[in-house]
Design a protein around this ligand. Structure first.
Ligand SMILES: Nc1ncnc2c1ncn2[C@@H]1O[C@H](COP(=O)(O)OP(=O)(O)O)[C@@H](O)[C@H]1O
Ligand SMILES: C=C(OP(=O)(O)O)C(=O)O
Length: 548
């Protein structure tokens, strides 16, 4: 599948729905004399290597030739300011607030005019790694953003002969290429945290006043997920892996969670080599509603470095690093000082070769969805046996934020929040995701589990417990019992985490959390047109509330 960047003269009309004012402002800026094209990874590497804000470590990049990098390429580090996470509060969607849109149009015109006064770069990549789903994306950034541009080209698929051929031979759809304009140096008193402005109907975004790489990555995915959902895919902010079991048998599992909740940890876990595991991706993929197959959107991983000390084998696969310390080893070589000593949310772009068994498509339909929550009323694993309830729990996924997000002043990082399908990047109605996930549970027979990767009451659930529980599901050795009076919900029996339904304070806590979900559904129906859920969802949650 391919998108459009060229038009017949008779298609170039104001009335052509692929064009819009914001898209035109962004596209036009990309042709200006101040914008230098970066057309290969080699060129992007050298540009980033020479930038004044880069630290060139003495650590070699593994498999430079396969990645399209010079054979002596080194891991590059760029550290930003005190903002080391994504700013969810900066997101605006064109069309949601016409009054603000009018103001933002002026502001964007001025920002882009100011952008012409400095040197800028532009580059192109593919999002989606299978001819069935490939979108072309263009990014423009100012001088000073060489590392982010290089990371973006590594994170998505750089254009090269192989992928250009795949793209050329795939079916064109009537959507414009993705366009992203960024200026990290922008400031505006009305948007002190920055601005991520999406004209999602026209596949265009403007990211102002924010340097964090995750903004570029998630803005690109936001637009790709939107295109995917328009043409019959379930858009997934999650990790997906396949357990290859006996001959011709496999188990495809997907883990949906907010940043920092465990998608990468669970997806990349090797289970002591107990199974043959294939990895699709740890952050973004799409599932076809036609046949349940899945496609990865990105070749590389934007991982946290907190679990990887300097001598951890994963460090060998780092290509760029952000917001991480550097020190010297015994030979005076510049090496990484990780584990979030310097600041929270240290990050790396880790190459696809960190997963030897990496694939870009699973033909097999998905077997199980795991909603990752951090709701302390829940034991490590629940199984949800009713498709409507399974879909509704996803729509009311209750979790906690981490240092991967920059929060507005006064927002408590420990507060339980609801983030439907763990996807704060959705720019279309929630009911579309609701219907898509329901289709998986109802029509494709996908199972549904909830994993609590936070605390059960005041007891931390370690990753070993979560991984062990997943293995017992794969091995079919897990024991499940009824979860109190809650119909269609069972919990996995584990040694150290036992829900006590004779304890009235525990029962009230579970009740309170179900009420919180019901309240969320009611509240969203009143105040957020994008988040209205069908009545059956509210009914399903209300049926769980203990009226005694
Ligand atoms: N039960 C658990 N399951 C998974 N990860 C856990 C658990 N408990 C703690 N963690 C830690 O939480 C962090 C999750 O980060 P990560 O897997 O990168 O999240 P994501 O990919 O969702 O952003 C890791 O540092 C991991 O070690
Ligand atoms: C980069 C992000 O995601 P994750 O932590 O899931 O990689 C993000 O949400 O900003």
């Amino acid at each position: 599948m391919s998108t459009k960047d060229r038009f017949l003269k008779n298609e170039i009309r104001r009335s052509n729905h692929l064009f819009s004012p914001l898209r035109s402002i962004v596209e036009t800026s990309m042709y200006s004399n101040n914008v230098q094209p970066i057309t290969s990874l080699d060129q992007a590497y050298h540009t980033a290597h020479d930038a004044i804000n880069t630290i060139v470590t003495d650590l070699p990049v593994k498999f430079p030739d396969k990645l399209g990098l010079p054979s002596n390429a080194k891991i590059l580090v760029e550290n930003g300011n005190s903002v080391v996470g994504r700013t969810a509060a900066a997101k605006r969607i064109y069309g949601e607030n016409p009054e603000e849109d009018a103001k933002l149009k002026t502001l964007v015109l001025d920002a882009i005019y100011d952008g012409t006064k400095t040197n800028r770069y532009k580059t192109t990549a593919y999002v989606g790694l299978d001819p069935e789903f490939m979108v072309k994306a263009h990014l423009t950034v100012p001088k000073g953003q060489e590392n982010n541009l290089y990371s973006w080209l590594l994170n998505f698929q750089v254009t090269n002969e192989f992928y250009n051929d795949l793209y050329k031979n795939s079916q064109e759809i009537n959507e414009g290429d993705i366009l992203i304009y960024q200026d990290a140096n922008w400031h505006h008193p009305d948007y002190p945290l920055g601005l991520a402005y999406f004209d999602s109907a026209h596949n265009c975004a403007i990211i102002l006043g924010m340097n964090y790489f995750g903004e570029l990555k998630k803005a690109t995915l936001t637009l790709a997920w939107n295109i995917a959902h328009n043409i019959g895919y379930v858009s997934c902010h999650g990790g997906q892996k396949k357990f290859v079991l006996k001959e011709n048998e496999s188990y495809v599992a997907a883990f949906f969670g907010l940043s920092g909740s465990g998608k990468s940890t669970l997806t990349h876990a090797k289970h002591n080599n107990k199974y043959e595991v294939e990895v699709l991706h740890d952050d973004a993929f799409i599932i076809s509603l036609k046949n349940g197959s899945s496609i990865a959107l990105e070749p590389a991983y934007f991982d946290k470095t907190q679990d990887y000390p300097a001598d951890h084998p994963e460090v060998d696969y780092f290509v760029t690093v952000q917001n991480v310390g550097v020190t010297q080893d015994e030979n005076g070589n510049k090496v990484l000082l990780t584990e979030d000593l310097r600041n929270g949310n240290g990050r790396t772009i880790k190459s696809r070769y960190s997963t030897p068994n990496r694939v870009d498509k699973f033909e097999e339909p998905i077997n199980a969805v795991f909603w990752i929550m951090k709701d302390d009323s829940l034991p490590p694993v629940l199984k949800i046996n009713d498709p409507i309830l399974a879909t509704t729990f996803g729509a009311t996924l209750a979790t906690k934020r981490t240092t991967a997000e920059r929060l507005k002043k006064g927002v408590d990082i420990n507060k339980l929040v609801i983030e439907p399908y763990a996807n704060p990047f959705r720019v279309y109605p929630l009911i579309d995701d609701y219907n898509n996930f329901k289709y998986l549970f109802e029509e494709l027979g996908t199972d549904c589990y909830i994993l609590n990767t936070g605390f059960f009451l005041d007891q931390k659930i370690p990753k070993e417990v979560t991984l062990g529980a997943i293995e017992s599901i794969i091995d079919d050795t897990a024991e499940f019992q009824e979860f109190g009076h809650l119909t269609d919900i069972q919990y996995m029996v584990t040694e150290d985490f036992k829900p006590d339904f004779t304890d009235s304070s525990y029962v009230s806590l579970v009740d309170e959390r179900m009420k919180m979900r019901g309240e969320f559904i009611r509240e969203q129906a009143q105040k957020n047109a994008l988040n209205v859920l069908p009545n059956e969802a509210l009914k399903a949650i209300l049926s769980l509330i203990n009226e005694s």
